[in-house]
Design a protein around this ligand. Structure first.
Ligand SMILES: [Zn+2]
Length: 613
């Protein structure tokens, strides 16, 4: 059993095998508990209410009309089956961690619906079967047929690995076989307008050992950038068909598509030892982080085509910043971290999870943002659906179940392990169990992170030979010390600190990350926020919300006093241990800033991350 959705046979770092990592309490314990107890059950109810499961039942002969209306224009969305699969993936990870009869019953129902919607030949897609004429693969550019199967495969792998239940794997393999018969090595060339199946196919090979799935993924990557998809409404870059995956030097087009595509490219590169392909993804990643990423880790500034903007086109108020794009970048950074071992990818995961992913979920766990702007104006004449207000569900509901499966997978992002030792990448109150050279090791992290920068790692069980404990020192941290087994603390620099020794059970490593409030200047090339400053503390980005301003004051009128320092101040009203910031403003006094991930939990008002001097 493993609870990891990405499991390369060999890579620079290895995911923790077995049940591996458990998060019990603290910041992440609470969020994972809410995901399990509130968000995922809410998701199942919404899949019922929105008609997403009903659409699959229609294939098997149920009565009713297909329900998949977009928010605007009455167009029918062809990809909603994938919401069921993403939800099932989340349910699989959770059931692998601990049983829950109600969740199991809901998942059994969904699996049965999916099984009945599959045709005898293996084809599975409710939109084509019910709304279209039933002929598969006539619209690869917009139809999302491979995309949906990709999500089905990922759900199936979660159930196989975490639960040991292969009902979905059997369904998914037959659906993949159907695609392979038509598009495999001797078939016609075809790529999906929305990448996703590539990474799923690689993971399927890692699961079944059958190389043909990896070969199909590699073939689809090679076929991209050769004009198979046409220009569409937004030009070939929209679906990354303008240049080959190996040649493109910059991210382009629809952000989620680009990031899912690059996930598949890393997976293929790792399996095949293809350094050229891996380097191409790394090059795009570095450029993206430098020129197209919001401070929050959010990606995609254009609403029109859900696209990355041009370099430095990062308006805070008009940000698109789709939740799925942030999630996709976490998935990609994780793959790049495993492939290279470079701590910068773990830094990116941290920034994005706290500030790009978590803000999309309400504190209750039952309302969701689709877009995540860094500013919401107090006075607005027009606002698309869901701006500034999380919704219980969305007509295009790609983001909510994506959040569920990411949070259900989150413990696996904390650590990696191999015969040399254990590497801790993210900090949370958690236990990590992993074999080192065939002998069990177990460590427990205790921390008040992200509110407090002290992390205590206790060695609970250790092999009798020396091994290395590695800790990430975050890129935001200007001053850190580490103390090993009672020795005096020594300063350590950002990056990775390794401590090799013959550990004894009971040994403790204490990492202290200084967390002063930081003032962050924008890149001067980002015109939209020139002359502004952001406030950060530890891994968290802060914002000022109208809920904290005196009656009549508006966030647009604030001016930060550059001569006085912002200071941390407790905010118990927002939750246990929450640390806010008091920001000095021109004319005297301060205004409160709150962690950006907590905004819009007290009504929908004005908000801004970037504050003008
Ligand atoms: Zn989405």
């Amino acid at each position: 059993m493993t609870l990891s959705g990405v499991f390369p046979a060999k890579s620079r770092l290895q995911p923790v095998d077995g049940a591996g990592v458990s998060v019990r309490n603290g910041f992440w314990g609470e969020r994972l508990r809410i995901n399990r107890e509130q968000t995922i059950p809410h998701g199942f109810a919404q899949l019922q209410a929105a008609g997403t499961l009903h659409n699959l039942r229609l294939v098997a002969g149920a009565d009713g009309r297909y329900r998949a209306e977009a928010d605007t224009g009455g167009a029918l969305l062809p990809f909603l089956d994938s919401d069921v699969y993403k939800w099932l993936e989340a349910a699989g990870w959770e059931l692998g961690r601990a049983d829950d009869p109600a969740l199991r019953a809901a998942a059994d129902e969904a699996i049965a619906v999916v099984a009945r919607a599959q045709r005898p030949d293996g084809y599975l897609n409710s939109f084509v079967s019910v709304v279209r004429d039933g002929r598969p693969y006539t619209d690869l550019a917009w139809g999302h047929e491979f995309y949906c199967v990709g999500h089905l495969v990922q759900a199936a792998i979660a159930w196989h690995r975490a639960v040991g239940d292969d009902r979905l794997l059997e369904i998914a393999t037959r659906a993949v076989d159907h695609i392979e018969r038509e598009f495999g090595a001797t078939g016609r060339p075809g790529v999906d307008g929305h990448p996703e199946i590539e990474m799923a196919l690689v993971e399927l090979t890692r699961t079944t050992g059958e190389g043909r799935h990896l070969a199909l993924a590699a073939r689809m990557l090679d076929l991209r950038g050769r004009g198979l998809l046409g220009d569409g409404r937004f030009g070939p870059a929209y679906w990354q068909d303008h240049e080959t995956v190996r040649d493109a030097t910059e991210v382009a087009g629809h952000a989620v598509r680009q990031l899912y595509l690059d996930c598949g490219a890393v997976d293929v590169a790792v399996e095949r030892g293809d350094q050229q392909l891996l380097a191409a993804v790394q090059r795009r990643w570095q450029d993206m982080v430098r020129t197209r990423r919001y401070l929050t880790g959010a990606l995609g500034s254009r609403h029109r085509d859900e696209a990355f903007g041009d370099p430095y086109e990062l308006p805070p108020d008009r940000a698109y910043a789709e939740t799925c794009a942030a999630i996709a970048s976490v998935m990609l950074a994780w793959r790049l971290l495993l492939a290279t071992g470079e701590p910068g990818y773990a830094d990116a995961i941290e920034r994005t999870v706290y500030n790009g992913v978590l803000p999309a979920l309400s504190r209750t766990g039952t309302e969701f943002f689709y877009v995540n702007p860094l500013q919401r104006r107090t006075r607005r004449t027009f606002e698309p659906v869901g701006h500034g207000r999380r919704m219980p569900w969305q007509a295009c509901a790609c983001c909510p179940p994506n959040l569920m499966r990411l949070l259900s997978s989150w413990p696996q992002y904390l650590a990696t392990a191999d015969d040399s030792g254990i590497q801790l990448h993210q900090y949370a109150s958690a236990q990590v169990r992993a074999p080192i050279g065939g002998q069990d090791a177990e460590v427990t992290m205790r921390t008040g992170y992200p509110w407090d920068g002290r992390i205590t790692v206790r060695i609970d069980r250790t092999p009798d030979r020396p091994w290395t404990l590695s800790l990430r020192i975050p890129d935001w941290c200007g001053s850190a010390t580490v103390s090993v087994a009672g020795e005096p603390p020594v300063p350590v620099a950002a990056g990775t600190v390794d401590r090799q020794r013959a550990w004894r059970s009971g040994d403790e490593v204490v990492l202290d990350l200084a967390m002063p409030v930081r003032r962050t200047d924008p890149d001067p090339r980002v015109d939209a926020v020139r002359g502004c400053v952001a406030v950060e503390r530890g891994p968290l980005v802060y914002c000022v919300e109208s809920a904290d301003l005196p009656e009549g004051a508006v966030v647009e009128d604030l001016r930060v006093d550059p001569f006085r320092d912002p200071a941390a101040s407790p905010r118990p009203d927002l939750g246990d241990d929450v640390v806010g910031v008091a920001v000095p403003v021109a004319g005297g006094g301060t205004v409160p800033a709150v962690p950006y991930h907590l905004w819009a939990n007290r009504g929908a008002g004005g908000m801004r991350v970037w504050l003008p001097y």
